[in-house]
Design a protein around this ligand. Sequence first.
Ligand code: SF4
Length: 220
Amino acid sequence: MPGHSQEQDRLRVSEIFYSLQGEARMVGWPTVFIRLTGCPLRCVYCDTRHAFQGGEWMSCADILERTAAFHPHYVTVTGGEPLAQKNCLILLQRLCDAGYAVSLETSGALDIAAVDPQVSIVMDLKTPSSGEESKNRYLNIAELKQSDQIKFVLGGREDYDWARLKLDEYALPQRCEVLFSPVQGDLSATDLADWILDERLPVRMQIQLHKLLWGDEKGR
Ligand code: SF4
């Protein structure tokens, strides 16, 4: 029977797997992904709908044990929306304490203020074509550190123009690195690259490495 502390720090986990990081600053590094179950958003392009429900209850200790078995340097906590489970904050802290380089992928809809400062946050600002623009919690921008990143997933020129306005409105490039990423199948990566270069935008373009390597599968 699980002990009291295990009950208190458990989380619903969709999957734990080992692959190459496909995006953001740690792109290309072998990484353990801890995908937590559940998300209050429904972005039209979501490719992790399988994480909306189901999963398995695990204590932080069990998650750490499964993570350690891969002997990683990098660990990413993702979802779904990981912060939808309040114990995510405890898990992030324990992963940092265990010595891993930890990143968190979050939708930008929930408060990030209590995330352990050792964690590198990759926070979306949801664009109009996601259908979830109204969920953006703009107060989060003030909480971002230099080592964090803001990500725009762009479905077309309208999204791009909207993102450009947000860059100026919130002085985002002065705050942290900004990522522009095309929605595969909706926006040509070449078009996006040309727009960024034409306008000298201070952003970093990225294409999801894992999709180039393995299509919609998460890894090999
Ligand atoms: S926030 Fe992420 S997991 Fe949630 S619906 Fe949007 S893309 Fe999917």
